[in-house]
Design a protein around this ligand. Structure first.
Ligand code: BG6
Length: 485
């Protein structure tokens, strides 16, 4: 985190009674207080439909943060936060709610000597993003006359390119792009941010980070859990929209981007978006050959899932980044629910060394060197290479050098939202999606969604606890490769 300070401000959470507020946002605010990154002058206003007064909200949040932290709260730190918690009830579609909100904002400002800097967090269902944005603008709460106004929007930003553009237009009526923070919680993960440090703060990787040395890249976002209670959302979204279009594409841009000219938000985002623009559009034949969609057995029996649903809970795909650095290097992406284990990993497979020298030895083949970025869990980085086994014969073993975050940095547990909230309070948009990035992501995914919509075939069924349907293995086998696990 930066040594700069977050501005004093009021965070307004729309959807304060929801899961995200309870599990992530309030715990993140508490963790920021613990690490000394919360500005001393701040307040939080929760907004939701249920009727509740400030003290009930405070008690509820105390309980929920304690549960999320799984340990007793630091009394002084928590009471500093609790004294600054407020609650406003109402329907997000009702303009009167925003009038009441203005009054509570004024009360909080006066009570805590705060400037009119407001950070609005839309932790609402996606169909309310535009509605809340419009009402905020109508109430004059988007105008930056007397302080900054920023809007954090949860995903998904649209469900295809058209709807994303329509939502953006709705927001842009009252806001400027510099006020809109489209969140992707993957970018808040330390290990994701570390991809840039690994690539650009070390002299040894950059020279080999290209098509001359890299054979292919594998990216996996595997989840052990199913869809839980999110059937309504998930059945309409599917894995492609839920994970690939945002989280996985962000990982891919960080791996494939050119060095930015600085770490300023737009310099970084300019380079990231170029990666997405370099992905050639997928034809119908590509979709049939290089995209696998799967569904776990039992998905259709989950709550709020349509009986004959063809929604994919698994996707595997082969993409190219057709630019000077990466031409001809496949990027294999796979994600799924109810897989063998929870693991997010990026495996950079380097080209094999020539075998010639080992022809007359017992060595049968040379495995490629693999640089493995373990995003979660067991966060770290490892490099595998060959070493000679001790003894008179020329036998090789594959060994690994391993770096573990936990062992080295002994970092405090975090929700991943701390950095993102802190950056938004500082006005740093680097880790947030710019609109052209959102569009570029949809541009890749849209042809696929269209092809699937016209394709009557069923997704391949896979067993819970497996690595997805066999078709995903074949995708790599056809290219003479295999998934790392
Ligand atoms: C969310 C998706 O964005 O990311 C969920 O909507 C998914 O379906 C979650 O489970 C995964 O996040 P994490 O941080 O647990 O990898």
């Amino acid at each position: 985190m930066s040594t700069r300070h977050a501005d004093p401000c009021i965070i307004v959470i729309f959807g304060a009674s929801g899961d995200l507020t309870r599990r992530k946002l309030l715990p993140a605010i508490y963790n920021l207080a613990e690490s000394g990154h919360l500005p001393p002058a701040f307040a939080v206003i929760g907004v939701a439909r249920h009727d509740m007064d400030d003290s009930a909200f405070r008690a509820q949040m105390r309980e929920q943060v304690r549960t999320a932290e799984n340990e007793p709260l630091d009394a002084a730190k928590w009471s500093h936060i609790e004294d600054r918690l407020y609650y406003v009830a109402g329907e997000f579609t009702d303009q009167a709610l925003y009038t009441r909100l203005q009054r509570v904002l004024a009360t909080a400002r006066e009570a805590h000597g705060l400037p009119a800097n407001y950070l609005f967090y839309l932790a609402t269902p996606p169909d309310l993003f535009g509605v809340v944005g419009r009402h905020l603008a109508d109430a004059g709460l988007a105008s930056e006359r007397d302080g900054w106004r920023r809007l954090i929007i949860e995903k998904p930003f649209g469900y295809d390119i058209e709807s994303a553009r329509a939502l953006n237009q709705e927001l842009m009526v009252g806001l400027h792009e510099s006020q809109v923070y489209r969140i992707d919680h993957y970018l808040g993960k330390e290990t994701v941010q570390n991809i840039l440090a690994l690539r650009f703060a070390n002299g040894i990787f950059e020279p080999i980070w290209n098509r001359r040395y890299v054979d292919h890249v594998q990216m996996t976002v595997a989840e052990h859990d199913g869809i839980g209670s999110r059937g309504t959302y998930y059945d309409a979204a599917g894995a492609l929209r839920d994970i690939v279009q945002n989280h996985m594409f962000q990982l891919m841009t960080l791996v494939a981007m050119e060095p930015p000219i600085s770490f300023k938000a737009d310099d970084v985002r300019d380079e990231k978006v170029k990666v997405l623009h370099a992905v050639p559009p997928l034809s119908d034949t590509d979709v049939r050959r290089f995209i696998v969609r799967g569904q776990y057995a039992g998905y259709r029996q989950e709550r709020h899932v349509a009986p004959g649903s063809r929604t994919e809970t698994f996707v595997a795909m082969r993409l190219f980044v057709d630019n000077w650095r990466w031409a001809g290097v496949p990027f294999y992406l796979r994600t799924g629910k109810r897989l063998t284990k929870r693991a997010t990993e990026i495996a950079v497979h380097f080209k094999r060394a020539p075998f010639a020298l080992f022809r007359q030895t017992p060595v049968e083949c040379l495995d490629p060197n693999v640089l493995l970025l373990r995003i979660q869990p067991d966060e770290g980085i490892s490099l595998s290479f060959h070493a000679k086994e001790p003894g008179p014969f020329e036998r090789l073993g594959t060994v690994t050098m391993n770096f573990s975050y936990a062992a080295y940095f002994k970092s405090e547990p975090s929700t991943g939202y701390e950095t993102l909230l802190f950056d938004a309070m500082m006005g740093d948009q680097t880790l947030y999606h710019r609109m052209d990035m959102v569009e570029a992501g949809w541009q890749i995914v849209d042809p696929l969604l269209r092809a699937w919509a016209h394709d009557a075939s069923e997704p391949a069924v896979y067993q819970a606890g497996s690595w997805g349907p066999p078709e995903a293995e074949l995708l790599l086998e056809r290219d003479g490769r295999a998934w790392r696990c």
